[in-house]
Design a binder for this molecule. Sequence first.
Ligand code: GRF
Length: 186
Amino acid sequence: KKIVIFASGSGSNAEKIIQYFKSSSEAMVVAVFSNNPNAKVLDRAKNHQIPAVVFNKTQLNESFVLQQLHEYQPDLIVLAGFLLKFPESILKEYPKVINIHPALLPKYGGKGMYGMNVHQAVLENKEKETGITIHYVNEHYDEGEFIFQKSVNIEDCKTAEEIAHKIHELEHQYFPEVIGKLITNH
Ligand code: GRF
């Protein structure tokens, strides 16, 4: 099976997924797509000899990105820190799209809730725990069907950065294997 990853930033999750499937006979990451020409994820893809496609917002919503997807024919699209709205026009053709969200949805989801904004809000609300949610993507932000959630205690965290660190650890631990299970079950 073929996986395409969409990412806008650092891409630490993307790299974990690439590495995980290097030793898999079930699936592989065939390309990384990014809307950010300066994203670190592009260096990571290059280091692993994975082709990258860079596009802008217009190209995402018009035919360019769809045309590029036709080249790679993914069975699964994974959003890993992808900050633009995923277009309905692509979902129509590729309905198997999943996303990772750095909180326990439906809490701390929706437009504007990404990255440090999420952790800052969690900190301000003095939550005792937060976590990660892996879910299908639909036409609304963070509202698709849940696939997996894992919580973590954050009572010892004093800053949003400390929370972010714990969340990244959880993501790296679980995201690749959840994708693996999803792929073998379909
Ligand atoms: C992750 O925390 C993910 O949940 C969020 O964006 C972050 C991406 O991190 N949506 P990275 O680029 O994989 O390091």
